[in-house]
Design a protein around this ligand. Structure first.
Ligand SMILES: Nc1nc2c(c(=O)[nH]1)N[C@H]1C(S)=C(S)[C@@H](COP(=O)(O)OP(=O)(O)OC[C@H]3O[C@@H](n4cnc5c(=O)[nH]c(N)nc54)[C@H](O)[C@@H]3O)O[C@H]1N2
Ligand SMILES: Nc1nc2c(c(=O)[nH]1)N[C@H]1C(S)=C(S)[C@@H](COP(=O)(O)OP(=O)(O)OC[C@H]3O[C@@H](n4cnc5c(=O)[nH]c(N)nc54)[C@H](O)[C@@H]3O)O[C@H]1N2
Ligand code: SF4
Ligand SMILES: [Mo]
Length: 696
């Protein structure tokens, strides 16, 4: 199995860059370029290049740990799994199955996400499962489903970007979050196309743009409505397209017409001439795209906000046509597949709805259980974390580190600490794992085989390239062992390909249909785009997969896309006298997410050693804070302290913190868990704060 050089994909973000791994003679693996994989053509960012360092036993968990008299001590697998099964069984007996919580992650492979969802519903019988993708792209998913009848982050491959006429990139800093993807935008501009970046900060990505719009955080909805107003006023709508391929225009149009450019300028801080220029650049070429990322999505009105950007595409005939469309840049390694196979509170595999009787019947059939035995939808991620220690007494956590990454993290940490029983499966002792009653050390990425689905909707095979350190098991082995102890002997295979074969059947006929995709195909092809139904029954012809969606019709019942009738509304927490500034949060290139993995890599820590607060020189002068001085950022949730980074690249009314660190500089101590009513996404991108100088 372990050949000289194994083609695989990066463990981190949704770009899923191709790379090759070769075991080194003594220990470790070497990463080399894989020029054949078209998405990154060999290019890797520093995180991907250094990912093998996290394989080292020196930074890893190598034995199960159990809590004895307040401290975690090594234990055998038998003892650890017995304790977990007994702990869960006793909670279930005392409080019922819905007292058992499960929290997954968008970094888990499709096989793991599928098995985790099945484990929750079939073995535990709980409805209380959700995952960190709720904090990621859920608003875009909700808006995409409403508008197009189907949510696949990008409905076209990245290779289409250089050939379109204009891209509006809303709240994505992909120069730092997906560096190899920047190439597509550079090529767009080389080909004569234009790039508009919408971001309150002049980021590395914004520096590449022909036009940078810097709105006040949380006002993208008004911005998109203002652009649509101008599209109508300037007679730039595509009436034939609207009539033929959409529904709901009258209402959406009326809503947009109430958003005068001057009114939008007042809300967003983007000037009317800038709005006009954006409309001109977007409407003049034959084809254009809007791409969103976390900036406009992680808002308490994220679903409506994305809906407003989709409206702009629909009114101008720029969706479901070649080189045109709306797309969301999904974030985590399996951010796309992780949202399709049943670890989400309201979902069954194949992107089926848990409330759909036909979906329940189909999946229950594959699982060999009574459809009526499947629980209904449960709480969303933040609501689930908020219920820990009260309604939910035990939690099984796989693939997330919420003590660092969840909104209002001080409260979430307190809830986690109040659990009767916490079990964490992880590769390292994350800040959340450190609070567990039982920690189970698992294999990762290069040590196991599994599939991920990239931001393009491209299903890929990651292959095992090295053996794990001794004493470690896979997540699938953990679920198998627990299922058996809880009385379910069958249905939780440990071989990922066997799990995938079942996933194919469970997804067959669903919106995200994987039934035509096999490991063999994935070894031979550079990924397969879903939907990919099974081979043609009559002729046996293999179906090619679907790189481009919606070209003939949208996935709604009548084939028409739906406009969203949305209007501007305020932030959940507007600034006031006590908290006069806005905090927004995000990422830096050298750290990944909660930092559990990348904070263990020396080269990455040297590049990004700790948290900081970006603030404008005028604000810094008012505080009397120089670059590097500690400053305190205070919100209604708490206080965080980190060095000031003084820069004119941010709006004077806004401060920015990356969220990769625990402790005193933890950004999520401050963030507001106000939720979007549809997607249940928290407002990570805007809350009211004040900033204080800290005297040493
Ligand atoms: N280096 C690195 N790369 C990553 C990750 C990582 O942790 N580190 N995580 C991966 C994951 S899971 C994800 S989801 C992606 C996220 O990828 P991105 O969405 O690119 O990342 P963010 O930094 O969260 O947010 C992007 C930008 O939104 C801007 N922004 C803030 N508020 C607003 C607003 O109100 N409106 C608008 N329009 N913009 C706003 C911020 O200034 C920021 O520059 O990255 C993936 N790649
Ligand atoms: N303030 C603020 N907060 C945010 C965001 C923001 O922009 N601003 N972004 C949000 C977004 S988009 C996201 S996606 C979340 C991400 O935040 P988290 O959900 O905390 O994501 P990670 O840090 O990637 O955590 C993954 C954990 O799983 C472990 N792990 C990795 N691979 C495996 C595996 O195969 N099996 C198991 N069992 N464990 C594994 C890692 O070691 C790590 O401890 O953060 C959200 N939080
Ligand atoms: S861009 Fe994303 S997938 Fe590519 S090497 Fe960096 S972290 Fe890995
Ligand atoms: Mo994410």
């Amino acid at each position: 199995m372990e050949t000289a050089s194994t083609p695989t994909h990066c463990p981190y973000c949704a770009l899923q860059c191709g790379m090759a791994l070769s075991p080194l003679p003594a220990w470790g693996v070497e990463v080399s370029e894989r020029a054949d994989f078209p998405v990154n053509r060999g290019a890797l960012c520093g995180k991907g290049r250094t990912a093998p360092e996290v394989l080292s036993a020196a930074v890893r968990l190598t034995s199960p740990l159990v809590r004895e008299g307040g401290t975690l001590v090594p234990a055998s697998w038998e003892e650890a799994l017995d304790r977990v099964a007994a702990g869960m069984a006793s909670v279930r007996t005392a409080y019922g199955p819905d007292a058992l919580g499960v929290f997954g992650g968008g970094g888990l492979t499709n096989e793991k996400a599928y098995a985790l969802g099945k484990f929750a519903r079939v073995v535990l019988g709980t409805s209380q499962i959700d995952y960190n993708g709720r904090f990621c792209m859920s608003s875009a998913a909700a808006a995409g489903t409403k508008a197009f009848g189907l949510d696949r982050g990008l409905p076209f491959p990245l290779e289409d970007i250089p050939r379109t006429g204009c891209v509006i990139l809303v709240g994505s800093n992909l120069a730092e979050t997906m560096p190899p993807a920047l190439r597509y935008f550079a090529e767009l501009r080389e080909n004569g196309g234009t790039l508009i970046v919408v971001d309150p900060r002049r980021t590395k990505t914004a520096e590449q743009a022909d036009l940078h719009l810097a709105p006040r955080p949380g006002t993208d909805l008004a911005l998109a409505l203002g652009l649509l107003h101008l599209v109508v006023a300037e007679g730039r709508t595509d009436e034939a397209y609207i009539a033929e391929r959409t529904a709901g225009w009258e209402e959406a149009r009326a809503a947009a017409m109430a958003h005068w450019p001057e009114y939008v300028e007042r809300i967003t801080g983007v000037s009317v001439p800038e709005l006009r220029e954006a409309v001109r650049l977007f409407c003049e070429p034959e084809a254009a795209m809007v791409l969103t990322a976390r900036g406009p999505e992680q808002q308490s009105k994220g679903t409506d906000t994305v809906g407003a950007w989709i409206n702009l595409c629909l009114a101008t005939g720029r969706a479901g046509r070649p080189l045109s469309g709306y797309g969301c840049l999904t974030g985590q390694g399996n951010g796309q597949g992780g949202r399709e196979h049943g670890q989400k509170a309201d979902q069954l595999p194949g992107y089926r709805k848990l409330t759909d009787p036909e979906a329940r019947r189909h999946v229950a059939g594959v699982w060999g259980v009574d459809p009526d035995s499947l629980p209904g939808p449960g709480r969303s991620a933040y609501e689930l974390l908020d219920a820990l220690g009260t309604d939910i007494r035990s939690l099984l956590l796989m693939g997330s580190n919420p003590v660092v990454s969840a909104p209002r993290a001080g409260h979430v940490e307190e809830r986690v600490r109040s659990l009767d029983f916490l079990v964490v499966c992880d590769v390292v002792l994350s800040e959340t794992a450190a609070l567990a009653d039982v920690v189970l050390p698992v294999t990762q990425w290069a040590e196991e085989t599994g599939t991920t689905t990239s931001l393009e909707g491209r299903v890929l095979l990651r292959r095992r390239a090295v053996a794990p350190p001794a004493g470690i098991r896979s997540d699938l082995e953990v679920l198998h062992g627990l299922a058996a102890r809880l009385g379910v002997e069958k249905g939780f295979p440990t071989d990922p390909e066997e799990v995938f074969e079942e996933l194919r059947r469970a997804s067959a006929g669903g919106p995200a249909d994987y039934s035509g995709i096999s490991y063999r195909r994935l070894m031979e092809e550079q990924g397969v785009f879903w939907p990919c139904p099974a081979d043609e029954p009559q002729t046996g012809a293999v179906r090619p997969g679907t790189p481009r969606l919606f070209l003939d019709r949208f996935a709604t019942e009548d084939g028409r896309a739906r406009f969203a009738p949305v209007t501007h509304r305020a932030l959940a927490e507007e600034p006031d006298d006590e908290y006069p500034l806005l905090l927004t949060t995000g990422r830096v290139v050298a750290q990944y997410q909660s930092g559990a993995q990348t904070r263990r890599v020396a080269e990455l820590n040297a590049a990004a050693p700790g948290p900081f607060v970006e603030l404008h020189p005028r604000l810094a002068a008012r505080l009397g804070a120089a670059d590097g001085d500690p400053v305190a950022v205070v919100s209604r949730r708490g206080r965080a302290v980190a060095p000031a980074r003084v820069t004119a690249s941010i709006r004077p009314d806004t401060v920015f913190m990356p969220f990769h660190w625990p402790g005193e500089g933890r950004a999520n101590t401050l963030t507001n868990p106000a939720l979007d009513p549809t997607s249940r996404m928290p407002e990570f991108k805007a809350c009211a704060v004040r900033v204080e100088a800290v005297r040493p």
